[in-house]
Design a binder for this molecule. Structure first.
Ligand code: PEP
Length: 281
């Protein structure tokens, strides 16, 4: 990741026609958890209308409670890739929690034939799952979105990325998504986007922010923008070049993290907001 003399990332990289870590912002707006073909298609169509060609889609969901929706897994991959192909989506960020998920994704991509790429996401709960990190590092086909561990030091999270890089996969984006504290918080997590410049100083990885998991609620003050927008502003001003943000066609019906999902009608406003903030700084 650009330290300790290990395998170096470039300051940015290109994957499937999308540049990461340059002066533009990669907006990965999408479904935290895929729940139906209709949701996938509505999301992808909204992205295409805005000219956005990157998204997030959760198929394998690591849930705190085993009785809650665990994601549709391999079953929903054809919906995701067929719809991505139809709407010109070039990169889908997707969390994997087990090495066999990488094979399932590869198989589904081949079967679909869509010219879509996948960015493998390592979730905060697997930030120190070293065997998973090594397996992800050994595959060189997909770039990686690594989410910082919510209860470990930044240094420990950076070392975890080194596990991926040292196995030969240097295409890593480091994602800040808030951290747990013992203080309680009006938000789901303590927003840690002031660490963006720290990661950029210490490593060569492009930095992503995930305001949805950091804030955890899509609400806005009566006369203002949602807290999620403000957190995105903080992240972009601090130097993030990628944003991961949850949307859903009907957040009240979402099977996972509905309260933090923005509505599809807010996508255009979010895109304008990110462009304005990025242009100003
Ligand atoms: C997610 O992005 O879907 C997710 C579960 O995030 P995190 O690992 O940051 O909790």
């Amino acid at each position: 990741i650009g330290r300790h003399g290990g395998q170096r990332t470039t300051a940015g990289f290109e994957y499937n026609g999308v540049s990461f870590g340059d002066n533009s912002v990669n907006l990965f707006a999408g479904l935290c958890a895929v729940d139906s073909l209709e949701s996938v298609d509505a999301m992808m169509a909204a992205l295409a209308r805005c000219g956005i060609n990157t998204t997030r889609m959760g198929a394998y969901k690591p849930r705190t409670n085993p009785y809650e929706f665990q994601g549709l897994g391999a079953k929903c991959l054809p919906w995701v890739f067929d719809s991505a192909g139809k709407h010109g989506i070039k990169v889908v960020a997707m969390e994997v929690t087990h090495p066999r998920h990488i094979d399932e994704i590869n198989d589904a991509l081949k079967k679909s034939g869509a010219p879509t790429g996948v960015m493998l996401q390592v979730g905060t709960r697997n930030a120190q799952n070293f065997e998973l990190l090594k397996q992800i590092g050994q595959q060189h086909a997909f770039p990686v979105l690594f989410k910082r561990g919510m209860g470990i030091t930044l240094e420990e999270s950076l070392n975890a990325c080194e596990y991926v890089a040292s196995e030969g996969n240097p295409k890593i984006v480091f994602c800040l998504r808030g951290v747990k504290t013992h203080l309680g918080d009006p938000h789901r997590n303590m927003v840690d986007f002031a660490h963006v410049p720290v990661v950029r100083r210490l490593t060569r990885m492009p930095v992503c922010v995930d305001p949805s998991h950091a804030i955890g609620r899509a609400e806005a003050p009566p006369d203002g923008l949602p807290d999620i927008f403000h957190a995105i502003g903080q992240g972009l001003i601090a130097g993030a070049s990628m944003v991961l943000v949850d949307f859903h066609p009907t957040p009240e019906k979402a099977l996972c993290d509905g309260p933090q999902a923005l509505r599809l009608e807010q996508l255009g406003a979010l895109q304008r907001y990110t462009n304005i903030v990025r242009a100003a700084y």
